[in-house]
Design a protein around this ligand. Structure first.
Ligand SMILES: Cc1cc2nc3c(=O)[nH]c(=O)nc-3n(C[C@H](O)[C@H](O)[C@H](O)COP(=O)(O)OP(=O)(O)OC[C@H]3O[C@@H](n4cnc5c(N)ncnc54)[C@H](O)[C@@H]3O)c2cc1C
Length: 264
């Protein structure tokens, strides 16, 4: 690794103030430190968010689940409150990576990183969540801009993510067996804002599929999702699967996500 300075502030204000030049926030380190070890990324200073109590915890009220940025995947998976309000979100968190990744990785780090195969972006977009930062609230539809690219400005700190509680939701992931990242993952929800279908792993950035949303609005059934043929245009292709294969898997995973949402 290239050498770097390390700071561990005790509050949000000190963390934001410490971000100067090419300094970066350090959350669970499960993406950032891996990239630095491979010399794919470097930073002269890391500002560790791990000592900031106000960035941890889960709150549930009548209409929403709000998860603070430094809450780990394992904490979301184990939360009885999340399991009751949005079981699909707890299940998604419990299916991320391996125990080390789940015990260290955080929701804020996952969303800020915007890995094209990550699971949380599908839940954020598929539930129509709101990302809260130290400066503003950002709707999910305006947050993910491209490959590892988000609407965050330099130094902007994610503080929490608020998920509206849907009537029904489900997540199905066809995973890369070694890493458990999504080759294709689909999050489906039915709630006050209608039906939302968000796909991860299949393009350079998480995206919604209107054709499946329209079919599920007419009939919220696994067969309705499976019947939609998704075009292979702009779909990822690599040694794990061709574009045509991944496009076909979108309908299959959407149908499994609907089945999960219906408890089948
Ligand atoms: C072996 C392995 C398997 C994995 N499998 C999966 C999987 O199946 N599904 C999945 O979704 N993910 C998977 N991951 C990724 C994992 O979920 C990471 O935890 C996540 O991508 C990054 O979270 P982190 O807390 O570790 O963030 P870090 O690595 O610490 O940070 C990532 C980026 O986000 C920025 N950042 C962090 N917190 C904030 C914040 N609050 N505000 C603004 N910017 C911030 C950092 O500066 C950095 O640029 C896997 C990782 C590994 C190593």
């Amino acid at each position: 690794m290239y050498s770097f300075d390390y700071q561990r502030p005790a509050d949000r204000a000190a963390a934001v103030a410490a971000i100067q030049g090419d300094a970066r926030y350090l959350a669970g380190g499960q993406s950032l430190v891996q990239a630095m070890r491979l010399r794919l990324s470097s930073s002269e200073r890391l500002v560790d968010l791990g000592g900031i109590a106000e960035l941890k915890g889960i709150k549930v009220d009548a209409g929403s689940v709000t998860i603070a940025a430094m809450t780990t995947h394992a904490e979301v998976a184990a939360s009885a409150a999340v399991q009751k309000a949005i079981p699909a979100l707890a299940e998604l968190a419990g299916g991320i990576g391996d125990p080390m990744v789940r015990n260290m990785g955080t929701i804020g780090g996952s969303i800020a990183n915007a890995d094209p195969a990550a699971c949380y972006p599908a839940a954020v977009l598929g539930l129509g969540a709101t990302i809260q930062t130290n400066k503003r609230s950002i709707a999910a539809d305006a947050f993910f801009l491209g490959l590892y690219d988000t609407a965050l400005q330099p130094g902007e700190l994610i503080t929490a993510v608020s998920f509206p509680i849907p009537q029904k939701a489900g997540y199905a992931k066809f995973k890369q067996p070694a890493s458990r990242f999504a080759l294709v993952g689909v999050f489906v929800s039915q709630g006050a804002g209608g039906v939302r279908v968000a796909v991860t792993g299949a393009k350079s950035c998480v995206f919604r599929v209107k054709a499946i949303e329209d079919e599920l609005t007419a009939s919220f059934t696994p067969d309705a999702a499976k019947a939609v043929k998704v075009p292979a245009t702009d779909i990822n292709a690599d040694l794990h699967g061709s574009a045509a294969y991944r496009a076909a898997m979108i309908s299959v995973m959407a149908s499994r996500a609907v089945a999960a949402a219906l408890g089948r």
